[in-house]
Design a protein around this ligand. Sequence first.
Ligand code: CA
Length: 223
Amino acid sequence: MRLLVLEDDVQVARGLTEELVRAGYVVNSFGTPSEADQAIQRESFDVAIVDLGLPQEDGLSFIRRMRDQGVSLPILILTARDTLDDCVTGLDAGADDYLTKPFRLAELLARLRAALRRRHADITSLLTVGPLQIDLRTHEVFSGDDTFDLPLREREVLESLMVASPAVVKKDDLVQSLAGWQADLSANAIEVYISRLRPKITPLGLTIRNVRGIGYRLEEPKT
Ligand code: CA
């Protein structure tokens, strides 16, 4: 499950990200609405956690803009603005939930779980590339009756490749999506995951093509 955090306070963003990663989420954190906007256009997230007091553009305006563009990503506002009026305005702007700072972590995690349940109740969760399928809800990978029991990070890489296929996934984006703020992951590590994945999917006729200088592309069997 991948979360987008839009929060300009570096300390808050870091603390929040650490807690969310500890809770098992992949987290990408951004300090400005324009960075978050670009990421949303380019990649897929399960929930966005959005602060309201932001540089360049207020969070409310950002949320209205996302909804105007047809972005359906669930948005949870996390803000110090704590009046009833603020909450109503936030929800009316297009947010799905509203939580005020200081917040209790257990409550945030419960609200995230609720948002994810609602989200996955109304999207098709099965993605198919050639003979391979992934359930985006449970992250189960399978081909016909065979389930692929992949280590977490290999599975995350494969999922990114499947979501993007037949487009190329940039190596930097793979590093980003796996590492989030835990920037301990090198580009070399991605190569290791790719090299472990290849022999597992080759028997299905799938190929992970190395696009030099850019990244990787998952290709279906040639017919
Ligand atoms: Ca702020």
